[in-house]
Design a protein around this ligand. Structure first.
Ligand SMILES: Cc1cc2nc3c(=O)[nH]c(=O)nc-3n(C[C@H](O)[C@H](O)[C@H](O)COP(=O)(O)OP(=O)(O)OC[C@H]3O[C@@H](n4cnc5c(N)ncnc54)[C@H](O)[C@@H]3O)c2cc1C
Length: 369
């Protein structure tokens, strides 16, 4: 039987960032994914926005890791020539109630260390974004967009440079504790393997709950229930009417159907929120009306014929439909008493933005920073 220092389950953006970090400290780091390549699930089905960190409650992991991760990510992209653009975002309000929300957001952003938000009145908005309908907005200059595939490729290259190994089409089936770590059972393209490791890191995204249930000795009371929440995107054909990202006030357990641009200049609207019981990327046929009704509140001249169904992504949420805010959960032996095991649960947005800071956090828990 082979033995490695660390097995990382899941080569999404978070698993890759952790691998790239830990490979600098450990000799034998193995990252596996059940799919045929890296980042084929949530990490390639999102808005590709680098969030500023303005909404999350003070001192939450989401607030801290997003703000740290944003700074780290911009620097990483600059050093490695990864396509990125600090394009800015407008959080738009309609009427007094929503403007009150903007005022509260100014305070929560400041609490999180984001003190560069700029209040824009209707007149200023008309000059900046003539197609936008809003009574006021907050401009977040540090919000940006990134080519997330190029970012993941770079993380993998960095990990491999430090001799980490990525093995695709390899699924963790179970693990059991040993004297100094774990024995992990894998299915690699039909071949059954057993590998020992000192540290086991579960960053299996949508499957982190089911992976945790296969770890013997892990008390089930430490495994939270994950809710799957699908979000759909429509692309908008032709030239974008907006120069920056446009976000309505957050609603329905999400950030609202926003307008975002990718690095190629393609405008898309989304995601909405739909809690689902079965994992699939279906696109319900009635969605277009819902999108038109919500987007036209800030973009009244929207042309319905230019809206085309694009893709969907699924959030691994700890927050159920009726729940309030739920933070990232990064669980170590301090919680579950299984030495060497780290479980990451509920890494929904802003997981992409936070990825490098999450990696540092995990490394710190292994005391190898
Ligand atoms: C609609 C949507 C929009 C979003 N927008 C943004 C945004 O703009 N900005 C932002 O910061 N964040 C955003 N996010 C959040 C961000 O995409 C996620 O936080 C991030 O991608 C999570 O990465 P991950 O590596 O944890 O999970 P994943 O990318 O899901 O990776 C987990 C991997 O684990 C693998 N796996 C699972 N089980 C096993 C097993 N048993 N054995 C081996 N491998 C296994 C899977 O195949 C998968 O590749 C968005 C998310 C969604 C859904």
């Amino acid at each position: 039987m082979d033995k490695v220092d660390i097995i990382i389950v899941g080569a999404g953006v978070v698993g890759l960032a952790i691998t790239a970090k830990l490979a600098q400290q450990f000799n034998n780091v193995l990252v596996i994914d059940k799919n045929s390549s890296f980042g084929e699930e949530t990490s390639s089905r999102n808005s590709e926005v680098i969030h500023a960190g303005i909404y999350y409650p003070k001192n939450s992991l989401k607030a801290k890791l997003c703000v740290q991760g944003k700074a780290m990510l911009y620097q990483y992209c600059q050093e490695r020539q990864i396509p990125v653009n600090k394009i800015g975002k407008l959080l738009v309000a309609h009427g007094k109630n929503e403007e009150d929300f903007l005022k509260k957001t100014l305070i929560s952003a400041k609490n999180n260390g984001v003190d560069d938000l700029i209040w824009l009145n209707q007149q200023a908005l008309k000059e900046l974004e003539p197609e936008l309908l809003a009574s006021a907005a907050l401009l977040s200059p540090s919000t940006g967009i990134i080519d997330s595939h190029a970012y993941m490729q770079s993380l993998l290259a960095q990990a491999e440079q430090y001799n980490a190994l990525f093995v695709a089409q390899t699924k963790m089936q179970s693990a059991s504790p040993t004297d100094d770590g774990f024995e992990v059972s894998l299915d690699s393209q039909g071949e059954q393997l057993s590998i020992k490791c000192k540290y086991l890191i579960n960053c299996a995204g949508l499957h982190s709950e089911s992976v945790a249930h296969t770890i013997q000795g892990l008390n089930k009371s430490h495994i939270p229930k994950l809710h799957w929440c699908r979000g759909h995107y429509f692309s908008y054909q032709g030239k974008s009417p907006f120069k920056q990202l446009i976000y309505p006030i957050p609603r329905d357990n999400g950030l609202g159907i926003h307008a975002s641009l990718d690095m190629g200049g393609q405008l898309k609207f989304g995601p909405d929120t739909q809690y689902i019981d079965q994992l699939n990327y279906d696109f319900p046929s009635k969605l277009k009306e819902k999108f038109l009704s919500q987007v036209s509140q800030y973009f009244p001249n929207i042309d319905a014929s230019k809206l085309q169904p694009a893709y969907a992504g699924i959030r691994p949420k700890l927050q159920g439909k009726e729940d309030s805010f739920k933070d990232f959960v990064i669980q170590t032996s301090e919680t579950h008493q299984l030495e060497g095991l780290i479980n990451l649960f509920g890494i929904d947005s802003p997981g992409l933005t936070s990825s490098l800071a999450i990696a540092n956090y995990v490394a710190d828990k292994l005391k190898v920073n």
